[in-house]
Design a protein around this ligand. Structure first.
Ligand code: PRP
Length: 185
């Protein structure tokens, strides 16, 4: 899909490219201050986090490495199924590591509730959660993020890594889709 085609389906821009860049730089600096002298592992939750992860690690010049896990709970729906499935597991031992979990969005909390327990059972020493977006009004599980880019209302958002039916992840801002694009589901 061309950028112009994507933009035709966007109702409004919720968080602009400039706002994201400024906030990610701030988050990188905050995380740097907390972890300087340590060697944390940035652990991105695919697929949605890949854009934020790339920007956040560059905004945070710590001695650190990166890892990914891929999970799915939405299976192309707009509401969480509640069941989290690992579709690509960790490729390294995380025993004793300070983990910074990087998420694009925290919604019901089902994904991070599952992952936090999973990483602890794998021997992580500490878990810090950094999410670009937070929808606290939708929370079903007791999960509180340590770093939040933007708190947003309960609207279906996409762009900057977030998708609708696997598309729009490459939009450089966070937008809201026109209802007619997904109505009828
Ligand atoms: C999204 C997002 C989070 C999760 C948050 O992933 O990336 O991982 O949902 O929702 P929750 O707090 O209600 O669990 P999704 O399952 O859409 O997969 P994707 O990252 O591949 O787009």
């Amino acid at each position: 899909m061309k950028r112009s085609e994507m933009e035709q389906n966007i109702l409004k821009v919720l968080v602009s490219e400039e706002q994201i860049q400024k906030r990610v730089a701030e988050m990188g600096a905050e995380i740097y201050d907390k972890f300087k002298g340590k060697e944390p592992l940035f652990l991105g939750v695919l697929k949605g986090s890949f854009v934020f992860m790339a920007d956040l690690v560059r905004a945070c010049q710590l001695k650190s490495d990166v890892e990914f896990i891929a999970v799915s709970s939405y299976q192309n729906a707009t509401k969480s199924s509640g069941t989290v499935k690992i579709v690509h597991d960790l490729q390294q031992d995380i025993t004793g590591r300070d983990i910074i979990v990087v998420e694009d969005i925290l919604d019901s909390g089902n994904t991070l509730y599952f992952l936090k327990n999973y990483f602890l059972t794998k021997g992580a020493r500490s878990i810090t959660i950094a999410t670009l977006l937070d929808k606290p009004s939708r929370r079903e599980k007791d999960i509180t993020p340590d770093y939040v880019g933007f708190e947003i209302p309960d609207e279906f958002v996409l762009g900057y890594g977030l998708d609708y039916k696997q598309q729009y992840r490459n939009m450089p801002y966070i937008g809201v889709l026109k209802p007619e694009v997904y109505s009828g589901e």
